[in-house]
Design a protein around this ligand. Structure first.
Ligand SMILES: Nc1ncnc2c1ncn2[C@@H]1O[C@H](COP(=O)(O)OP(=O)(O)OP(=O)(O)O)[C@@H](O)[C@H]1O
Length: 260
């Protein structure tokens, strides 16, 4: 992509995705759980946003709702101007293929395909021709050029996750969701991956949303959104590790801290 295009995309202030007062309930009656209980959040385009919160606070549920992987029971979810609640399941599937990229903790590469074939898969599924120049750029930036003919089983964890990132970005999706992307990586491979995700937002204009438990990972983002009890409990622009840890401590033990 030209620098001009990247700069234009990065400068956009529009939301790539939004959750408005979203409610998600699992189960019924006495055993019902309100996993999301009025979650409102805007994901700015061309930025790197981290989502943190205690276990069970609704991070995965929110990500699944924003990505169109799951429906919600109240409120609105938008990707760009598209209200996901108005789409059929089939339309949501198409929207995910065409406009959303995913990176998972467990890499989720197809074991029988080479790295190159894995990277080209989303375009093939969307019935589009892969943009070879763009993929070549990604492969070079991610240091994968000499690994393209290997299958996932022949790659290190860090390499597999870099293939997964190239796959997620290959179609230049409107938004990329990363669920604990460094959870299975050693610290060095994790830092390299986080550095690239940051570059994908700042240098390439991609919108990245990452769910993480790791304050060090969250500090790579432009902004951290904190969830508690299915709602947004605060946010931190330009985070650093001490500030993230302090906010998490406030959220997880508010009563103790108030009593100090
Ligand atoms: N499929 C499901 N059926 C029933 N309850 C669920 C389901 N998925 C999530 N929940 C419940 O919804 C709440 C939010 O779960 P969610 O997985 O979104 O939290 P999380 O913040 O991602 O947690 P973690 O950090 O542990 O992954 C939890 O109480 C969880 O037990």
């Amino acid at each position: 992509m030209s620098i001009d295009t990247a700069a234009t995309r990065a400068a956009q202030t529009t939301a790539a995705a939004e959750a408005r007062d979203v409610v998600k309930v699992y189960g019924r009656g006495d055993t019902a759980v309100r996993a999301l209980d009025g979650a409102t959040l805007s994901i700015p385009a061309g930025r790197f946003t981290a989502v943190m919160g205690p276990s069970g606070s609704g991070k995965s549920t929110l990500m699944h709702a924003l990505a169109g992987l799951d429906t919600v029971d109240g409120g609105q979810v938008l990707i760009g101007d598209t209200d996901l609640g108005r789409l059929s399941e089939r339309q949501r599937t198409l929207l995910r293929r065409e406009r959303v990229g995913f990176v998972f903790q467990g890499f989720n590469l197809v074991p029988t395909l080479t790295a190159e074939e894995n990277i080209a898969l989303p375009a093939a599924l969307a019935g589009r021709r892969a943009d070879r120049a763009w993929i070549g750029e990604l492969v070079a930036m991610l240091g994968l050029a000499d690994r393209l003919r290997h299958r996932p089983g022949e790659l290190s964890g860090g390499q597999q996750q870099r293939v997964a990132v190239a796959r997620a970005l290959a179609t230049r999706p409107q938004i990329v969701f990363a669920d604990e992307p460094t959870g299975n990586l050693d610290s060095r491979a994790g830092e390299a991956l986080l550095g690239f995700l940051r570059h994908a937002a700042h240098g390439l204009g991609q919108t990245i949303v990452m769910v993480t438990h790791d304050a060090g990972a969250a500090a790579y983002a432009d902004r951290v959104v904190f969830l508690a009890d299915g709602r947004v409990a605060g946010e931190l622009p330009d985070p650093d590790v001490p500030a993230v840890l302090s906010r998490m401590a406030d959220i997880t033990a508010p009563a103790t801290r108030k009593g100090k």
